[in-house]
Structures are given as C-alpha cells and as structure tokens.
Design a protein around this ligand. Structure first.
Ligand code: SAM
Ligand code: GLN
Length: 299
C-alpha cells in the first residue's frame, strides 16, 4: 500500500531518515538553534517513541497521516514556537514536567539553583522551604523528589501556573509534600497562621530588564509569558523585595537562594548589604555566568 506511505501531495516516499534530514535543513534555514535535535524531538513525540527509536528505524517509511501531522508541527516550530510548548513537556532534573503557555519552560541553568539548595538544606531533620514564583513547579517538585525530609510551599501570582504546578506534583506523586498558594511573593506565606519558620526560600524570579525584552530570542519573546520574564523595570525589583522581606520568615540559620541574570551579581550584592544579610555566596553556571546567589540570614 505505497499509497498510504507517501508524503501528502508530492508522491515521494519519506522515511524517518529522509524526513529528519529535510526538517533539519529547513529548521536551519529558518535560523533555529538546534535544528537536528528539534526535528528528532518533534518526530519522536509525534510517533510516541523514544528518540533512539528513530535511529533504529531510519529506513522505515512514514504513514501519510503521520506526515500530515508532522508537517503541522514543523510549520509551528518554524514560526518559532518553543519545542516544549509543542510537545507539552520539558525535562528538568531528569524528570518530565508538563508545560503550557502560562508557564516558563524550565531552563537547564535553573538546575544549579536546585542543586545548590539541596546541598545547603538540612539533610536529616524535617525542613520546610518556599519556592517563590514556582511556574511549572520545577524547583519545588525537584527539591521534595530529591530529599524525603523536605516539604514546601510553592507560590505563584498566576492561577494558571499554580494549576500547572499542582498537576505536575500529582503526576510525580508529591502532591502531599507541597502546599500550593496563589498570591504576591511572600504575602500568602505571611497569611498562614502559626506557620513554621522556613529553612530556605528559593526563587527564580522574573529578572529580565524591560529594556532588554526585545533582545530575547523570538521563542522567548513571542511565546513565553512576559510576567514570568520581566519585572517591567530594571530587572532587580523582585530582588529588592525578596531581600527586604525574606529574613523574617526564615529560621536563624536559614538562607535565601535566587537565580540571577547576566551581570546582576554586583547589584544584588549591593541590595544584600543594604538589608544586612550575612554571608553571601555567588555560584557560576556551566557557561561560567554568575547564576545563583545564596544569602545567609546570619552566618
Ligand atoms: N520557578 C519556575 C522555573 O524556574 O522554571 C518559573 C520561574 S519564572 C522566571 C517566574 C515566575 O514568577 C512565573 O511563574 C511568574 O508567574 C511568577 N511571578 C511573577 N510575579 C510574581 C509575584 N509578584 N508573586 C509571585 N509570583 C510571581
Ligand atoms: N533565563 C530566562 C531567559 O531566558 C529568564 C528567566 C527569568 O527571568 N527568571 O531568558
């Protein structure tokens, strides 16, 4: 039945190998950064298989209905919709997180914030943390997955983000370890009567200066939620607020750990000094960029 195995409209037989090659070249011409990887991720998603399947079945012809659907995905990707929004999923800390256009796609550099918090949180006795601006829930869920002694609060101002984070917690079986709260920054925590002091507050807040928004990749600028990316000012407003307000919620030897953007370390250090924080640590990501700041309440 070659009839069923031809690419819609042009009569040619397309195999997994030839469609990948064509798509890679097409994406490349459209200025997409990782054309081969994106082609593979989208095709394996469409076929409902792991990427390795594509390599083992290179010469397998695709069905016409598969080609039609794949062509739709390719068109959307060429219009710079992020791959994660097309597949509805992004891997973070080795776990699959569902994402949609209401949440930032978790970034690999944010794994540094998770690792740094885990290394500094108490490893034995029970400890409570808060993840401020939780988005997909990537940070809070990773923390409770990595350590059984932890439980946390996850806060976001966006109701859609809270819904997405809650769904991810359910899928990853940690819904009983995280309390999800909708509201502005630390306010929902202050509203909890008799809340235990927190061992840590972690946050990847919106930190892109408004003036830099038009320098972002089209994927980010056009499709990710602006409220997740920028504070609408100089990129430092959330640090000003967090550094001023966090200490009162922390235990005596607690810390605040935040992801920061390029060249923000010096400004954040200055804000920390104004708010009398103790020891400050700055950690670099794999690209050598100062990416995480840890502020100790007392140390
Ligand atoms: N934590 C997620 C991650 O690292 O992938 C998402 C981080 S995203 C950069 C920032 C998040 O902060 C968004 O989900 C946004 O909705 C949330 N946010 C923005 N303003 C906020 C506010 N005033 N209070 C609480 N959350 C806020
Ligand atoms: N790292 C994100 C970016 O690409 C920004 C995330 C944030 O503002 N916290 O652009």
């Amino acid at each position: 039945m070659t009839q069923n195995k031809t690419y819609a409209g042009n009569g040619k037989i397309w195999t997994i190998g030839t469609i990948l090659k064509w798509t890679q070249e097409y994406f490349s011409a459209k200025g997409i950064d990782s054309p081969r990887l994106d082609a593979e991720v989208l095709l394996s998603y469409l076929l409902g298989k792991e990427r390795i399947y594509l390599y083992v079945h290179f010469d397998e012809p695709l069905q016409e209905n598969e080609l039609i659907k794949f062509r739709e995905l390719v068109k959307k990707r060429a219009a710079r919709i992020p791959v994660a929004y097309l597949t509805g999923q992004k891997e973070f800390m080795g776990m699959p997180f569902k994402v949609n256009r209401h949440v930032l796609v978790p970034r690999p550099e944010t794994e540094l914030l998770v690792e740094c918090a885990i290394e500094r949180l108490p490893s034995e006795q029970t400890a409570v943390f808060a993840d401020i601006g939780t988005g997909s829930g990537a940070i809070a869920i990773s923390l409770v997955k990595l350590r059984k002694n932890l439980h946390g609060y996850a806060v976001d101002i966006s109701a859609e983000a809270i819904a997405a984070a809650q769904e991810n917690a359910g899928i990853l079986h940690v819904e009983d370890k995280i309390e999800f709260l909708q509201g502005d920054l630390l306010q929902p925590l202050r509203d909890i009567p008799d809340r235990e002091p927190l061992a840590a507050i972690v946050a990847n807040p919106p930190y892109i200066p408004l003036a830099d928004m038009d320098t972002l990749e089209p994927e980010v600028r056009a499709y990710e939620p602006a409220d997740a990316l920028t504070d609408g000012a100089d990129g430092l407003n959330f640090y000003r607020r967090l550094l001023e307000e966090s200490k009162e919620l922390l235990v005596a030897d607690g810390f605040l750990a935040c992801e920061i953007g390029i060249k923000q370390a010096a400004s954040v250090k200055k804000i920390a000094a104004e708010n009398a924080w103790g020891k400050i640590e700055i950690l670099k990501d794999l690209a050598g960029i100062e990416r995480v700041v840890v502020l100790w309440k007392q140390k």
